[in-house]
Design a protein around this ligand. Structure first.
Ligand code: HMG
Length: 445
């Protein structure tokens, strides 16, 4: 059967940056270590005043289509995943298609467009939709574009403020992909939760501490569900494990629990036993509390072993290389983690073809999804085509007062105009409001 997967990707970061240690921490009266060491974040990306989820998504798509030599008739589907939409009816994909039609010959009139919502897991769900559409043979030889685009802003003063970010990832889903093929096997962990939600409001209501626990619980369910169809995961089979990354510290917690789970009943557990004993088994304990305490002690000891540290450094840490400098991009976050890992592999000259990634997505509300991906022979060209390092390096460094202005500029409840901080060039920009309250866009050459 022909492989289906991600043929190419492009990333577009918001063009402003907030330095968390230098600029944010002193204003909050915090030790910078809370951000850099605790949360694992150095900087966040923000959109300039002329940027939003449409411009960032359209700019990523334009680069993607140009690099792959595509015209609109090659694309049969444009799906946008976002939790920052500004319209409850007209999908963001129509705005993005409208932007692209300003610069490409032809149009997307015969492409199916939509918008996917399930917090941060929606980007992965949109890839699923594209995969199923191609597998069903309804694509007429055309590819799908999936755009994950968000301005992940929290209310000022919310603990989540430190984890903000903004950017878009555009992905081309096609047959015979150049980057990664997707597994049929998938696992889900899904439950009605109220950890993070936006009931018709721009900024989320968040129970931050609980959201961390819900993330871990749903992720565990998804891993178990995945293993029930794909067989047990062995750490040696995985080259990287990109997780949804609201902040790297979250992935540090998830990585440790995942390692404990996937080493149980393996040769690794036996080898580690000399140092830290075997993992506690429930049937060895009379009461649940004693069992959970033993599991917690084992996990603490596991974290200190060289074997775990080495696995974390090679399998998880590379997935965080970009997140550390851009913050949470909600729907784009796990897709940024995949790219970061493959970029690190390319920088280190690692051979990746046919190697396996375990991809773990999560969205509050809440649902985790786990599947695996196999790296394809064309992956080096796709990674070499990215310019994300330059984009990150070229962001405008905000002072705290400027950050406050930018937050206000993107706050829908505040109707004020602010000057831009950077000069747009070769990109789509927000161009004011139309007569029906629609947002308008134009291309700046
Ligand atoms: P907080 O309460 O301000 O931070 O918010 P904290 O006091 O818990 O500190 C954070 C970490 O830094 C802790 O580490 C501290 O010990 C450490 P931990 O104990 O957790 O390992 N720390 C330090 N380390 C070194 N030096 C220091 C220092 N000080 C402290 N000086 C919280 C943390 C996550 C609650 C907050 O950022 C928040 O509410 N974030 C938003 C929600 C979130 O991101 N949740 C993650 C899971 S849910 C999810 O991923 C879904 C999401 O993406 C949305 C969607 O799906 O749509 C959010």
């Amino acid at each position: 059967m022909t492989e289906v997967g991600i043929d190419a990707v492009e990333i577009w970061t918001g063009k402003l940056k907030l330095d968390l240690a230098e600029t944010f921490a002193p204003e909050m009266g915090d030790d910078p270590g809370k951000y850099t060491k605790g949360l694992g974040l150095y900087e966040s990306s923000f959109p300039d005043t002329y940027e939003d989820i449409v411009t960032m998504g359209a700019n990523a798509c334009k680069r993607l289509m140009e690099r792959k030599g595509l015209s609109p008739e090659d694309v049969g589907r444009i799906d946008v995943a976002t939790e920052s939409s500004f319209d409850n009816s007209k999908p963001i994909s129509t705005y993005i298609a409208g932007c692209l039609e300003q610069t490409f010959d032809g149009d997307f009139h015969h492409a199916n467009k939509g918008e996917r919502k399930f917090a941060c897991v929606a980007g992965t769900q949109a890839i699923d939709d594209a995969y199923n559409w191609i597998r069903a043979g309804r694509n007429r030889g055309r590819a799908a574009i999936v755009v994950a685009t968000d301005t992940a802003l929290y209310a000022r003063g919310d603990p989540g403020e430190a984890t903000q970010g903004a950017g878009a990832v555009a992905m081309l889903v096609d047959e015979d992909p150049s980057l990664v093929s997707l597994s049929d096997a998938q696992g889900y962990g899904s439950a009605d939760e109220t950890d993070f939600l936006k009931p018709n409001q721009q900024f989320p209501s968040v129970d931050g501490k609980r959201s961390v626990q819900v993330y871990l619980a749903r992720m565990r369910e998804a891993v178990e569900d995945y293993e029930s169809v794909a067989g047990d995961i062995h750490p040696d089979e995985l080259v990287y494990a990109p997780f949804h990354t609201p902040f790297p510290g979250m992935v540090r917690k998830a990585g440790l629990l995942a390692y404990r789970h996937i080493t149980r009943d393996t040769d690794i557990e036996t080898q580690l036993a000399e140092e830290i004993g075997m993992q506690p088994r429930r049937d060895e304990f009379d009461d649940e509390e004693a069992f959970l305490e033993a599991v917690s002690d084992y996990t603490d000891a596991l974290k200190e072993t060289d074997r775990y540290a080495e696995w974390y450094d090679t399998t998880i840490d590379p997935t965080l290389d970009i997140a550390r400098h851009v913050g949470n991009w909600y729907t784009g976050s796990v897709h940024v983690a995949r790219i970061a890992a493959l970029k690190r592999a390319r920088d280190e000259g690692r051979e990746m073809t046919d190697r396996r990634l375990l991809v773990a997505s999560y969205g509050s509300g809440a649902q985790a999804e786990v599947h695996h991906e196999t790296v394809q022979p064309g992956w080096t060209d796709e990674i070499d085509g990215l310019n994300i390092d330059d984009q990150i390096a070229n962001r405008y460094d905000l002072t705290f007062e400027e950050y406050e202005e930018v937050h206000d500029a993107h706050d829908h409840s505040k109707d004020r105009d602010y000057e831009e901080f950077t000069a747009p060039s070769n990109e789509f920009v927000f161009d004011g409001w139309g007569r029906m309250g629609e947002r308008k866009y134009r291309y700046v050459a």
